[in-house]
Design a binder for this molecule. Structure first.
Ligand code: BF8
Ligand code: SF4
Length: 643
């Protein structure tokens, strides 16, 4: 028995870096509750053709597959070869990811327009200065206008960016001139946000775009319509409506759950929902109801990107990232999980059935069989928000205290580094950051972003890569589930500066900031683009000349593919930790991992080992420094010994 337990323990340790996750996975096994890791194991061996990207079911002459060993068929029924099939599949993946972000952006834009029209409940313009700055950027004459009037005009202009009437998206003008000229030259300047994804679906229909290079170029354009379009609208309008993030200290991991309180988790992405739920959870009547049921109060916690949105703006504690969504239910302490859309596993409904937890879906476009659906309507947002919170309070009465297990103590993390906050900390201009980079105290900056994936030990990719980068004096910018991983690992407090190399440590300590800056949710990756553009413009160079890189060590989603692609198309070298489904075409791999450098000044690399990924990135950053005429380390990075 003891031996059996030890073997199981070792196995569980391989699944996650964290104590809280390990304890809950052990509980799932004890109680026979299925989790994502069990289902991954049950799927083995996964389809090799699909993993290589050389299967196609785009029409009913198929499905088809190309033999990667060259012995079987090399073409689908229509004649498409591996290059065409891989490019088409990748193109569709980018379009799906771009569509997810952009539709999220549209939902925010529609509420923003209705707020301007005075027909919503529970929303306000919380950052009027940002509204006025955006109005100026978009050519709206705002002098003498009320905020609602400005918002109406701005909303109309932004709505048009979803259509096809212009030749260039409004926010594309934020990129340095060198970059926009390059996009024009390549014919990949993003036009309408919807248009590029629709065109990608058209091109990848049988018999349309049969040239893999041409398809992939449109893939770049489609991703740019996300990064400089849909996601950027989502981020900027969220700031206007919910407040531009400023540094705030909060807590993270399953230890944020409180046994004595009604615990409600918000999971998903759109702050249009979560902000109102936060307001509703403070309602005195509901707090009183919670007390009548025997609870000390209502404890709201976040998961995934909605958790980031709430944490960076309101300091709400964070229960965990992607792979914690089932495990948070296994605590037995969660009374309600409120979801909107994206990255919410259908399985949460099944796990919740093993406890008293209610799952409440809210978006009509994202229903979950077996969940309670309460249709969210911004016109009556607060009333609906209160109804939803009430369900959570009522569920608390069904909680069995004997089944509650909260596995760990919460860890402190600092969030809220919007571009405005970073520039504010620097005295309003990028100059101090540029000077620190020039002096070599900070070698460069890297966006470490993206998901968890059960194929990778949870959080190991993020935490180890980040650790190596900061040790090498590279400032790390994090978003999405990566930010939560780094938070749990204790890398995101000002005191974490001691984990950094001497140069970065000195800069962080003088500014009182962590060496790993939380820039928000996944749509907020655009904040990294905006910061990169500001640095490039300040120096009079293109983004591709800066000592920057991107990394997605544990990515899983189509959205992450779109993000990685727009980051590269914007000129930033990007390392993926999980293989994308492209390796069935040598030509596509060669183009993305080599040729793209000559086209957009950046390329992809795939490296599963974060130690090696760190070395690749350090070398890249030193090469960029050298090309800019800055002091550089010839012998590559001095990597610290394994901790
Ligand atoms: O958009 S990082 S697992 S939660 S896709 Fe999803 Fe990935 Fe997390 Fe947010 Ni982003
Ligand atoms: Fe097969 Fe071509 Fe149809 Fe794809 S599009 S399923 S490769 S026939």
């Amino acid at each position: 028995m003891a031996q059996g337990t030890a073997v199981m323990g070792t196995d569980i340790e391989r699944l996650s870096l964290n104590q809280d996750a390990r304890a809950m996975i052990a509980r799932a096994r004890e109680e026979g509750i299925e989790t994502v890791w069990d289902r991954l194991a049950a799927q083995q061996p996964q389809c090799g053709y699909c993993a290589l990207g050389i299967s196609c079911r785009n029409c009913s002459m198929g499905p088809c597959r190309v033999d990667p060993f060259g012995e079987g068929p090399q073409k689908g029924v229509c004649g498409a070869d591996a290059d065409v099939i891989v490019a088409r599949n990748l193109g569709r993946t980018i379009a799906a990811g771009a569509s997810a972000h952009s539709d999220h952006g549209r939902d925010i834009l529609e509420v923003f327009a209705e707020l301007a029209g005075g027909v919503t409940e529970g929303y306000a313009i919380r950052d009027e200065a940002k509204l006025r700055a955006l109005a100026e950027e978009w050519g709206v004459e705002s002098d003498g206008l009320e905020p609602a009037e400005i918002a109406q005009e701005l909303a109309d202009l932004m709505m048009e960016d979803y259509g096809t009437r212009r030749s260039r998206l409004g926010f594309a003008a934020r990129a340095p001139q060198q970059r926009t000229e390059l996009w024009d030259k390549l014919g990949i300047t993003p036009r309408g946000i919807d248009r590029e994804s629709v065109e990608m679906l058209h091109r990848t229909h049988m018999g349309v775009d049969n040239d893999y290079v041409n398809t992939l170029l449109h893939g770049l354009r489609t991703s740019l319509s996300d990064g400089w379009g849909g996601s950027m609208i989502a981020t900027e309008l969220s700031d206007v409506m919910f407040g531009t993030p400023q540094p705030v200290v909060s807590k993270v991991n399953l230890g944020v759950l409180k046994p004595e309180c009604v615990n409600i988790a918000l999971h998903g992405h759109n702050p249009v929902l979560s902000d109102v739920i936060l307001q509703a959870s403070a309602d005195p009547e509901l707090v009183q109801l919670a007390k009548e049921k025997g609870a000390a109060g209502i404890n709201l916690v976040g998961l995934c990107c909605t958790g980031n949105e709430l944490q960076m703006r309101k300091g709400i504690p964070m229960a965990g990232n992607h792979l914690m969504q089932e495990l948070v239910l296994l605590t037995g302490a969660l009374d309600a999980m409120i979801v909107d859309y994206q990255c919410i596993m259908p399985s949460v409904v099944d796990v919740a059935k093993c406890f008293h937890t209610v799952i409440i879906s809210t978006a009509d476009k994202a229903k979950f069989t077996g969940a309670t659906h309460i249709s969210f309507d911004p016109h009556r947002a607060l009333a609906i928000g209160k109804d939803i919170v009430r369900r959570g309070v009522e569920a608390y009465a069904n909680r069995n205290p004997e089944r509650v297990r909260i596995p760990d103590e919460a860890v402190e993390m600092m969030a809220g580094f919007s571009v405005e906050a970073i520039l504010g900390a620097l005295g309003g201009t990028p100059e101090p950051l540029v000077e620190a980079i020039k002096a070599g105290k900070i070698r460069g900056a890297v966006g470490v972003v993206g998901c968890n994936n059960p194929k990778v030990q949870q959080d190991y990719g993020h935490v180890r890569l980040t650790q190596r980068l900061i040790e090498n004096d590279i400032l790390v910018l994090v978003t999405g589930c990566s930010a939560i991983a780094n938070g749990k690992a204790g890398q995101m407090m000002p005191a974490s500066a001691k984990l950094a190399g001497p140069g970065l440590r000195e800069v962080c300590e003088s500014l009182g900031i962590p060496p790993v800056l939380h820039m928000g949710s996944c749509v907020d990756n655009v904040r990294i683009l905006v910061l990169a553009a500001a640095l490039a413009k300040f120096l009079g160079v293109d983004i591709s000349q800066l000592p920057l890189a991107g990394a997605a060590p544990e990515w899983y989603s189509e959205k992450a593919v779109s993000i990685g692609t727009y980051v590269v198309a914007s000129g930033i070298f990007t390392v993926l930790g999980v293989q994308p489904a492209i390796f069935g075409s040598r030509n596509v791999v060669k183009l993305l991992a080599e040729g793209l450098d000559d086209v957009v000044g950046a390329k992809f690399a795939v490296e599963a080992d974060p130690e090696k990924a760190a070395a690749l990135i350090c070398r890249h950053i030193e090469a960029k420094r050298e090309a800019l005429g800055l002091e550089h380390r010839d012998r590559g990075p001095v990597l610290a010994s394994a901790a």
